[in-house]
Design a protein around this ligand. Sequence first.
Ligand SMILES: [Zn+2]
Ligand SMILES: [Zn+2]
Length: 247
Amino acid sequence: MLKFANYIKILFNKFIEFLFPPVCPVCSASVETHGELCGDCWSCFDWFDGPHCACCGYPFPDDYEPNPESLCPVCAAGKNELDYIRAACRYDDMSRSVMLPFKHGGRIKFARFMSHAMIWALRDVDIAPDLVMPVPLANRRLFHRGYNQATLLAREIARVYNAPIDFDSVHRKYRPNMGHKTNAQRREHIRGVFSVINRDAVRGKKILLVDDVMTSGATFDELARVLRRAGADAVYGVVFCRVVRVD
Ligand SMILES: [Zn+2]
Ligand SMILES: [Zn+2]
């Protein structure tokens, strides 16, 4: 009987696949698996697959041969509050073209390939997070947008690490958009927006923060600082894309 039920299930899935064949979420070319990018779209992103800072993942020039312990100047100066940060790709025209509709246009189907890329980005760090925490949105933004894009990314990551998602141990105050400001102004702007409302949930925990994009790192640093003050044992961060300074 069970076999028959399985058979029906397989037939049903085939039928659904026939009606809705898997397509690339960006360009709609046909692909093997639902939610994954086609090869052409994949090759348009600037994936971080070269040498990078052992701590924050900041990409080094391709011709640079660091040893695996090499740090970028920010981490070497002890100015990074997180134990590890990784990003899947560079913030550029291509990643912006998926990020904006993902964040503001309801294109939540991008979450699958983005979160898979973020899991790949964490390949060289040995972490076992107790909690996966999407960077909180202020309630007012959540209300207008209807969803927290970081939570959509966190789901698959939490499943892979077999860790629960923490949505509500940290509260974020609303502050109007900061627009284009210097890194120092961003840090000033974000200071004091996060407060831990459930200290028991984070005390002694290793926490993996999830966000879509990292600009100056000020948001991660401030959230990590607040979590550590509440007793978190370790704080890691992963984003889909990150701004790389052109020096
Ligand atoms: Zn495509
Ligand atoms: Zn670094």
